[in-house]
Design a protein around this ligand. Structure first.
Ligand SMILES: [Zn+2]
Length: 462
């Protein structure tokens, strides 16, 4: 069923832009030959059949890697309305050239079966993709399955400390999975919220009849997240296992990770644009349904704290946790317990981070390229194929025009949801072109990527 690889020696020249690397800015052209970058330098010549992309006045960045997405998600209870074509088309239009999504192991199935099934689902992808493997049940005697993850090209396991009974994994199983993962170069990434603290808060809100959307933020308190992170870090230390903490929504979450790093642990963390740019006052507003997600939006001062820690280098990467539930699905019932959790965000990631990641001059751009490109590529085992502009790397390139001023509008985005949590926010600049392995898949408002051209990425273990 897998498509044949198509090799081409066509050349493409991104001319006259400012190339943004993790360490600095340089005025340079980028020449791609076939699927890879051939050269970076000033005044590179175009041959008669070279396709030229004009990047004058624009920034030229590596393609963005969104390493936490849920394209075509089926939780058993809810199903997002996108598929792999729709989801990765939205990504391409937003300058994202790689996603790392999830292959869910359902009870009774092996991890290899989960990866195989998800690869089939993803065959229509427009951009390249990899998977973290979501483990739901893994008896200790199946250690060999963790060992096999490297061979499957998916050397990371996603665990949840919440969502009883479906995805919840107890402490003993987490510890055992960490010990096993450490032996096989597999990196666990963990959704941290204390399930008991969440359940007791939901119970008390239910008893007092406060289950409408506007109470969602109160149902999952910051302490639940922080306690679970603290516990997971403690278990990781005991297991001698590196660990990645997903979607930190409070400043203390990031600080806990920073403290562990200071103690010598190998720990990384991410946050998402929604936690940097939105806050829980929106639950008091007219459309609280837009912001039902886990963890929920927090107090406004958390945004300030998260930006400070991000600027100081304590946040390793920024991802979206993209979930493409529609307005209809969100509006079905004014009850946070019965509303699918998760927000669409893949297409707005880059413009939002470039606009609001105002760290000052060139540093800001370089830092954002580290957060969105270099860091996820290194952490998830696809560096230097992805995440960098250098000869030999995949020619995944974004041309970003900083001169365009606009507002985010759902009807101009390419996902299925029909809304965006960032509606009406001003953004500075826009993606002019997205190039994936030397092929233009988006240019000046026109998407031209072919269904199924994306490839499964075999990622390297730690
Ligand atoms: Zn997620």
């Amino acid at each position: 069923m897998r498509r044949m690889r198509q090799y081409s020696t066509a050349t493409l020249l991104v001319r006259g832009g400012t190339v943004v690397g993790p360490e600095g800015l340089v005025e340079a052209d980028v020449l791609a030959q076939g699927e890879r970058i051939k050269a970076i330098g000033r005044g590179l010549p175009a041959l008669h059949d070279t396709r030229v992309v004009n990047a004058e006045g624009c920034y030229v960045l590596p393609g963005v890697i969104d390493s936490h997405t849920h394209v075509g998600l089926d939780t058993g209870r809810f199903r997002t309305q996108d598929d792999w074509f729709v989801g990765t088309r939205a990504a391409a239009c937003g300058g994202v050239t790689t996603v790392i999504d999830f292959a869910t192991q359902s009870p009774g199935r092996t991890l290899a079966e989960a990866v195989e099934a998800r690869r089939t689902e993803a065959e229509d992808a427009v951009i390249d993709y990899g998977f973290h493997v979501m483990v739901t049940d893994l008896p200790p005697h199946r250690e060999d399955e963790i060992a096999d993850l490297a061979d499957l090209g998916a050397p990371s396991v996603k665990l949840y400390t919440t969502y009883r009974p479906n995805y919840f994994v107890g402490d003993a199983a987490i510890l055992q999975l960490m010990e096993t993962s450490a032996r096989h170069g597999v990196l666990p990434l963990i959704h941290c919220e204390n399930d008991d603290l969440v359940a007791s808060r939901v119970d008390s809100l239910t008893r007092s009849g406060q289950t409408s959307w506007r109470y969602h933020g109160r149902s999952r308190p910051p302490l639940a997240e922080q306690e679970a992170i603290n516990r997971v870090l403690f278990l990781a230390e005991a297991a001698g296992c590196p660990v990645h903490i997903c979607h930190c929504s409070t400043a203390r979450s990031v600080s806990l990770v920073g403290d562990a790093v200071e103690r010598g642990q190998r720990v990384t963390c991410e946050t998402c644009p929604q936690y940097l740019l939105l806050d829980n006052r929106l639950y008091e507003g007219p459309e609280p349904w837009r912001y039902v997600l886990q963890p929920p939006l927090r107090d406004a001062e958390e945004k300030v704290g998260l930006w400070k820690l991000l600027q100081a280098g304590f946040v390793d990467l920024v991802s979206t946790d993209h979930c493409d539930y529609t307005v209809t699905q969100k509006l079905a019932q004014d009850d946070f317990r019965k509303t699918p959790g998760g927000l669409p965000g893949i297409e707005t990631l880059l413009p939002l981070m470039l606009t609001y990641g105002d760290l000052g001059g060139g540093t800001s751009l370089c830092h954002i390229v580290r957060l969105l490109c270099a860091a996820p590529a290194r952490l998830w085992g696809i560096w230097p194929t992805k995440g960098t502009l250098q000869p030999g790397s995949d020619a995944d390139i974004v041309v970003y025009d900083p001169a365009v001023e606009s507002e985010i509008r759902a009807d101009e985005l390419h996902h299925a949801a029909g809304y965006t949590p960032f509606e009406g926010m001003s953004v500075r600049g826009a993606v002019r072109a997205t190039i994936s392995r030397g092929e233009i898949i988006y240019h000046q408002g026109r998407f031209s990527g072919r269904r199924g051209r994306g490839r499964f990425l075999v990622r390297q273990p730690l």
